[in-house]
Design a binder for this molecule. Structure first.
Ligand code: DMJ
Length: 571
């Protein structure tokens, strides 16, 4: 196992301490002002939701009304919509962890009490398993953990694990979805009736491969192993279905186990699969997750990456398919920071931010080969991914340029998307025409990451991983130790420092201490995770075998006629 970039990120973090004190003061003032602006944004979105939409799912900010959108999430064709469903207060569940980060104990406690008394999952509604997992299960588990953390004192009255009981009830309703021949779950489940007759057998890689954080946490908290084993079995089966290039497709059939869409990349339909392998490794410490992540990540660098851009590729041949920049891909630099691949993260992040600057917000899909926005995907639904990556990159580098990026984002959001009744999605980034929808992830993620960019006191206290929906889960050594042997084979990474890891963020805990075990590699400077240095320090060579892999493009270098290693073949 090698994690040489982990050393590099530690270097970057330590370097951040040697900054000029006067510029430090300017940064502090800016952070304070921006933090308050983001706080205002959050409450504008939250108060309007509570006034006009609660306890329904999401706010319609233009008409100041509501939508019970849970059954519509991921349901592009709007099929099988329920008749008697009145909402599950999705935006409130999604807001709890942000309220905790903003330090609003009163509203957090009010929300917890309301949900404890009123939220019921025994309803006849067909929902997307992935969306319910990341929004509802993740929101409940994260809020439960925040509520029981004695240092937060978020609840003044008594708290009797009500949110955990709700999470457990929800988790049990997920389980029938896993009863398939492949053990890969159906994408859709009815809360009351289980899997519907003639349910579609199609799912996506991210849909079935990013359940492990929430379901794993649920098993650790309840002692019921069924959630974690179901999610892990599905993940392992999915991984077994990878191609010989270590690539996965985007969609598959849960009954036959066949791939339906061979093209994939780092964006829609796959994104959080990568994210959850890395974060599961941090949260549960299991070496397997790192090994899967490492192979998948290296393949992504080899087959999808083109300088700072990421295109899609065919999982069997590795040949490029679609050349597109998508808004969802913008989470990737944040993930690269966790890996320690900061230089690559920075260069991609710049491209995403250029797109943001060019259009005012980021379009859903931009066709790189035609240099135009995709004609039917011109929207920006208040997505958080760029803010998320900006937060991670600022944490790793403390480069004030990322504060400027955050400030520019806050300005655009207020200028283009703020309306009297909340924040509205952009229907068309070329006209800034709005749409009557405030997605719950605007409160769970967009506002949260912008706030954390300007005020990181929350992450300085404890080690957290953030789920793909931005809900924090503490990294606890006991979760590394208590893993039942029966689940897995192999060794565990043990931490002996007590129940709560403290003092550093999850970034530094998992990223910094590692060193490359191979002494030859340790002596050489490695610039990215795919980088293989040339054999000779002066880059001289007799044959291609003496040349390594280029750090930026991740392509094989070769030996020129005059005896130097380089990237002689144009990209
Ligand atoms: C969120 O629901 C999650 O981040 C998910 O993984 C994909 N993206 C949306 C927000 O854009």
């Amino acid at each position: 196992m090698f994690r040489p970039k982990h050393v590099f990120i530690c270097f970057l973090i330590s370097f951040a301490f040697f900054i000029d004190p006067s510029s430090q003061h300017v940064d502090d003032v800016k952070k304070q002002q921006m933090r308050e602006k983001v706080r205002e944004m959050f409450y504008h979105a939250y108060d309007n939701y509570m006034t006009y939409a609660f306890p329904h799912d999401e706010l319609k900010p233009i008409t100041k009304s509501f939508t019970d959108s849970l059954s519509e999430l991921g349901n592009l064709k709007l099929e099988h919509l329920p008749t008697g469903y009145n909402g599950s207060a999705v935006t409130l569940v999604e807001s709890l962890s942000s309220l905790a980060i903003l330090g609003n104990k009163t509203e957090f406690e009010k929300g917890v009490l309301w949900l404890s008394e009123n939220l019921k999952f025994d309803v006849d509604v067909r929902v997307n398993l992935f969306e319910c997992n990341i929004r509802l299960l993740g929101g409940l588990i994260s809020a439960h953990l925040l509520a029981i953390d004695p240092t937060n004192r978020l609840i003044q009255g008594s708290y009797d694990n009500q949110l955990l009981r709700l999470a457990e009830d929800l988790g049990k309703r997920f389980l029938p979805a896993f009863e398939t021949p492949t053990r890969i779950p159906y994408a859709w489940i009815n809360f009351k009736k289980g899997v519907m007759e003639n349910e579609t057998t199609e799912t996506s890689t991210s849909g079935c491969g990013s359940l492990i954080l929430e379901m794993g946490a649920l098993s650790r908290l309840t002692g019921d192993p069924r959630f974690e084993s179901a999610a892990l079995r599905a993940l392992r089966q999915l991984w077994r279905m990878r191609s010989s290039l270590d690539l996965l497709g985007t969609t598959l059939d849960v009954v036959t186990g066949e791939w339906l869409e061979y093209s994939s990349g780092i964006g829609a339909g796959v994104d959080s699969f990568y994210e959850y392998l890395m974060k599961a490794y941090i949260l549960f410490g299991k070496e397997d997750y790192w090994q899967m992540f490492r192979s998948a990540y290296l393949a992504s660098q080899k087959y999808f990456r083109y300088g700072p851009w990421y295109h899609e590729a065919n999982m069997w041949s590795g040949k490029p398919t679609y050349w597109q920049l998508t808004s969802l891909q913008a989470f990737w630099p944040g993930l690269q920071v966790l890996v320690g691949d900061v230089a690559a993260a920075n260069s991609s992040h710049r491209e995403f931010f250029h797109a943001w600057e060019k259009f005012g917000v980021i379009p859903e899909r931009y066709l790189l080969d035609h240099q135009m926005i995709h004609p039917t995907e011109r929207y920006y639904p208040l997505r958080p991914e760029l803010a998320e990556s900006t937060f991670y990159l600022y944490q790793a580098t403390k480069d004030p340029w990322y504060l400027d990026v955050g400030e520019a984002m806050v300005k655009s959001l207020n200028r283009y998307t703020k309306v009297a009744g909340g924040f509205a999605s952009v229907r068309d980034v070329t006209t800034m025409q709005l749409e009557d929808h405030q997605h719950s992830f605007f409160l769970a993620e967009t506002c949260k990451y912008l706030y954390l960019l300007f005020d990181d006191s929350f992450v300085a206290k404890r080690n957290y991983i953030f789920t793909t929906e931005g809900h924090p889960i503490q990294v606890m050594s006991s979760w590394h130790e208590k893993l039942p042997e029966s689940y897995f084979s192999g060794n565990w990474t043990f931490s002996k420092s007590g129940e709560w890891e403290s003092g550093a963020s999850a970034l530094s805990m998992k990223v910094c201490p590692s060193v490359a075990p191979n002494s030859r590699l340790r002596e050489q400077h490695r610039e990215s995770v795919c980088h293989v240095p040339d054999q000779k320090i002066d880059h001289k060579c007799w044959s291609n075998r003496e040349c390594g892999v280029d750090a930026t493009t991740c392509r094989q270098r070769s030996c020129s006629e005059v005896g130097f290693c380089g990237l002689w073949n144009p990209l």
